[in-house]
Design a protein around this ligand. Structure first.
Ligand code: CUV
Ligand code: SF4
Length: 648
């Protein structure tokens, strides 16, 4: 086993070596045991939807071309794919729903552990949702917003309020004409399940249409609600320093890793961990303190707001436990490997599940209830403190960490670009128009043992910024970038092309902007909407010199995300192809013809360097179409320009 063939990350390489020596199994080992993986599944031509099957279509045209019911490869691949979208949209949007419930509780109760932290954002969001602001107090506005937002999930009439309030008008028109404006969140997901039941739709394009609609209800609906309400409840992020990688685990402290996706529990855990009584209790047990440290998107949620360190991304969750210093691995929902159950049994680590939606064999379950948040947080922290004495063997913490700056949002990114008195997207648009910044790319998504861990993210991101493309990042991709030092402002001089370096250095931002967790991909959508609204770069998101990518994706959520990027007009390149290659028709539709319907399209490319150049080429073609690729005479900086670039 050569750790370098598995991970590009130094800390992970050390831990993989250790795992190998200690005979501990990881996702990489299990991936190898799975090979060769099922070719029918990979190509999307295996159907298990009814018990006349399972049926499979021979992709070489030799064997059967129809399922028992007569379904073709096109039908089967399209049904499978839109069901993946349903799964991904459901996960994100249910996260949004849970935040909405917590928000409602905070609004209605006076003795709640959650309070509204960002009143300004509350007012902004409420106004977007058509709620009266003037002369009303916070509680009234919040109560109205809570009602409107809750209704978005299950309403029976009309369309999503947010789908009309946030995207550019030209984009909304495209959706209306194509008939994919999302109606409500749950409905679009349910309709996927209905349409894909045996004997309903078999036209692959019509099936995809519902996939598009559901993905839009995720991106501009459920995920957006999760982001907006989290900002209101937990505070809008602000640029903040943090450290990243397994080296941020501290052998001398009680380590609690918060892992999963939601901020609701972890935010309280962090606050409660600072109570003097608990710190004293930890000290009495011989620990120097309590170290709350994140993993995956829960990490992103609280590092964006509190600067807590991040232990790592998706493929590092097992490695964190193997350090032997994790007292509690505290999880909520999503991207938690079932393997943690048995693995934690080999260590003193207590794996604690908290959501009724996610119980794991081998874990202890302490159900989290928002109305007793502080009390439950204390209980969990005490368990961790008591467990400190139970560590076995020597700590195996790789001495690898990086530092970076996170906490960028749609509202604050260009506050920085514009300076204190010129908070607008004008400076960004101008820098794109004058060509210093060629365009922007959203690089997001997971890790996948099919790719060398982090290599895809880093290779792509470095190539983009070298070519003056500003990168905004979320999820496990953002964590990969942080671990490699790409979120330090100094990275601009080291890795960027001249134009982007100039802009980053003047403003003091890193060339890769961390905008949050996977639901915060909605921030990338609203950034794009704001760029359009600022003017000078076309009327629609599909006019912008931007692209999206998920270089190591694996989850159904990633499919929903990439679909709503595409359906918002963004060219999106993913590494592992969608499981549709067994249907040449569907493949052609997604990677080509769909652009005429919706303005964006997919591309599949495993080589991250090639993928980056496909994105750059697309960005340049959009610049050409906008007519901004002409050599302009260099004018001298006037005061206005200086102000536009000035540090505040
Ligand atoms: Ni939701 S979905 S592995 S943690 S980005 Fe990370 Fe982010 Fe993919 Fe999961
Ligand atoms: Fe086979 Fe059709 Fe049933 Fe799918 S739905 S398992 S293709 S019979």
């Amino acid at each position: 086993m050569d750790p370098k063939k598995r991970s590009n990350d130094k800390a992970s390489q050390q831990m993989l070596k250790h795992a190998d020596e200690a005979g501990l199994e990881t996702a990489w080992d299990r991936f190898e045991q799975q090979e060769p993986q099922c070719g029918f599944g990979k190509l999307g031509v295996c159907c298990r939807i009814c018990t006349m099957g399972p049926c499979r279509i021979d992709p070489f045209g030799q064997g059967p071309q129809f399922g028992v019911c007569g379904a073709t490869a096109d039908t089967i691949a399209a049904r499978n794919l839109v069901r993946m979208i349903a799964g991904g949209a459901a996960a994100h949007s249910d996260h949004g729903r849970d935040v909405a419930h917590t928000f409602k509780m905070a609004v209605e109760s006076d003795s709640c552990d959650y309070v509204i932290k960002d009143e300004l954002k509350l007012r902004e969001v409420a106004a977007r949702y058509g709620i009266k602001i003037e002369g009303r107090d916070t509680k009234e506005i919040a109560s109205d917003l809570s009602d409107v937002v809750m209704a978005e999930f299950g309403k029976q009439e009309g369309t999503l309020v947010s789908a009309a309030a946030y995207p550019p008008p030209a984009r909304q028109k495209v959706w209306q004409e194509f008939g994919v404006t999302p109606r409500s969140i749950d409905r679009e997901i349910v309709e996927i399940m209905h349409r894909t039941h045996v004997g309903v739709g078999s036209d692959y394009k019509n099936l995809m249409k519902q996939g598009i609609r559901a993905s839009l209800s995720d991106g501009w609906g459920g995920s957006l609600i999760a982001t907006e309400l989290s900002d209101i409840l937990f505070g809008s992020p602000w640029p903040i320093r943090f450290s990243a990688n397994l080296g941020a685990l501290d052998a001398k402290q009680v380590n609690i890793v918060v892992h999963g996706h939601e901020p609701t529990l972890s935010d309280i855990i962090l606050a409660v961990s600072q109570e003097p009584e608990l710190t004293k209790m930890a000290e009495d047990r011989g620990a120097r303190g309590i170290n709350i440290i994140g993993m995956c998107c829960t990490a992103n949620e609280i590092l964006m707001r509190h600067g807590i360190p991040v232990a790592g991304n998706f493929l590092q969750q097992e490695l964190a436990v193997m350090t032997g210093v994790v007292e509690v691995m505290l999880v909520d929902v999503q991207c938690i490997m079932p393997a943690l159950g048995s693995l934690s049994g080999c260590f003193h680590t207590k794996l604690i599940t908290t959501s009724p939606k996610c119980k794991i064999a081998g874990a202890e379950h302490i159900e989290f209830h928002e109305d007793r948040a502080v009390e439950i947080a204390r209980e969990i922290i005490k368990i961790a403190i008591e467990n400190f004495a139970n560590r076995k063997g020597k700590a195996k913490i790789p001495k690898v960490t990086e530092r970076g700056i996170a906490g960028f949002t749609t509202e604050n990114i260009f506050y920085h670009l514009g300076g204190r008195f010129r908070a607008s997207y004008r400076p960004l648009n101008d820098n794109i128009i004058n060509g210093r910044v060629r365009g922007a790319a959203g690089v997001v998504g997971c890790n996948n043992p099919k790719q060398v861990h982090d290599y895809g993210h880093l290779t792509m991101i470095k190539e983009l910024i070298k070519n003056d493309v500003l990168v905004v990042s979320t999820g496990c991709s953002a964590i990969a970038a942080a671990k490699a030092g790409l979120m330090r402002p100094e990275a601009a001089a080291k890795y960027c092309g001249k134009g982007l370096a100039e802009v980053c250095e003047t403003v003091g931002i890193p060339p890769v902007l961390h905008v949050g967790s996977c639901v915060d991909n909605s921030r990338i959508l609203t950034v794009a909407a704001n760029i359009v609204a600022e003017g000078g770069l076309g009327e629609d998101i599909s006019d912008l010199p931007v692209a999206g990518a998920a270089p190591e994706w694996m989850s159904e959520k990633a499919v929903s995300i990439a679909m709503y990027f595409v359906a918002s007009g963004v060219y999106t390149v993913i590494a592992e192809p969608l499981p549709v290659l067994g249907s040449p028709n569907l493949t052609r539709y997604l990677t080509d013809e769909i652009e005429k319907d919706i303005g964006g399209k997919w591309a599949f490319e495993r080589d991250p360097l090639k993928a980056a150049h496909m994105m750059i080429e697309h960005i340049e073609s959009k610049r050409d179409a906008l007519g901004i690729n002409v050599e302009k005479e260099r004018k001298l900086y006037d005061m206005e320009d200086r102000r536009a670039l000035a540090l505040d």
